[in-house]
Design a protein around this ligand. Structure first.
Ligand SMILES: Nc1nc2c(ncn2[C@@H]2O[C@H](COP(=O)(O)OP(=O)(O)O[C@H]3O[C@H](CO)[C@@H](O)[C@H](O)[C@@H]3O)[C@@H](O)[C@H]2O)c(=O)[nH]1
Length: 266
């Protein structure tokens, strides 16, 4: 058997119906050679919807897939970190289970990781984007959240849940350094890992699809977690005493609220 060099990590909660299509599409996209050196890991928070049995069926069919079931913890970002630390590969990719991230883009992500410490699937590039069926309120929230992260990273889509990195860079941080609450683990890693300054992020444009099975777990709690995470990252990056930046943060927040208000009125 070939050595595993690539790992795809998928946080999953109540995603039984998406497990088979994701697995088959991913390994088809990787082809024979890629499939021999790639493992797929679902990190599930005790869904009890038959996800474990679904993965066992795929294992019997010869797919290099496994599922880690957590019973003591919940949450997207912490599930991703668990998968990253358990992965055998040097090149790590995170994607959602719901097929909004096209498995067909994974080979390009791995290719980018050969020359970049970090690879980011981006929806903000010419010719790609967010599906036109996305409701206006979600576009407004997504853009507002992206705007607030601007001072922390040069990446075009730090809200993306489709990203990857070389494991050696992950291991440069202590597990306790990474805040794994909420959904925005890519932003956390981009802001905190000691990535080299130039050419560190490879961006791969992709079109964000529509979920057809299961439901999104995004909630108001996730939005609050994001604001708390932003505050922590601003302090991490710029220092607690920097009052001007603190005021800048609140000014952006006010602009965002105004933007939302105006879009509701129109
Ligand atoms: N293990 C585990 N997985 C979870 C949990 N919550 C969500 N997930 C998994 O994380 C993935 C993304 O969750 P969704 O609930 O489908 O998120 P979304 O609304 O589609 O948001 C996604 O797109 C956003 C971009 O607009 C991203 O910002 C966000 O991080 C995420 O990728 C899915 O595979 C879902 O099963 C959890 O508590 N535990």
């Amino acid at each position: 058997m070939s050595e595993i060099v690539n790992s795809v990590i998928v946080p999953a909660y109540h995603e039984k119906l998406n497990i088979k299509p994701l697995t088959t599409r991913l390994f088809a996209a990787l082809g024979n050679e890629g499939s021999n050196t790639t493992e797929l890991i679902f990190v599930d928070d005790n869904s009890r919807d038959g996800s474990v049995e679904e993965v066992e069926l795929l294992q019997k069919q010869g797919y290099n897939v496994r599922i880690i079931v957590r019973t003591d913890e919940r949450g997207l970002s912490s599930a991703v970190m668990k998968g990253f630390y358990e992965a055998k590969g040097e090149y790590l990719i995170c994607m959602d289970a719901d097929l909004q991230h096209p498995p067909e883009s994974v080979p390009a992500m791995f290719k980018s990781l050969r020359t970049h410490p970090f690879a980011l699937g981006t929806r903000y590039a010419p010719g790609v984007g967010i599906d036109k069926d996305w409701p206006l309120y979600r576009r407004v929230i997504s853009n507002g959240a992206r705007m607030m992260a601007r001072p922390l990273t040069t990446a075009s889509d730090p809200m993306s849940g489709f990203f990857g990195l070389q494991k050696k860079y992950l291991l440069k941080a202590q597990p306790g350094d990474i805040n794994s609450a909420g959904f925005k683990i890519a932003l956390e890693l981009l802001a905190k890992l000691p990535l080299p300054k130039n050419e560190s992020i490879g961006e791969i444009p992709f079109s964000f699809g529509v979920r057809t099975e299961g439901e999104s777990k995004l909630s108001g709690k996730v939005a609050v977690q994001y604001l708390l995470q932003l505050k922590e990252l601003y302090v991490f990056k710029f220092g607690a005493a920097n009052i001007a930046l603190f005021l800048f943060f609140w000014a952006i927040l006010a602009l965002y609220a105004l933007n939302m208000l105006l879009s509701m009125l129109w």
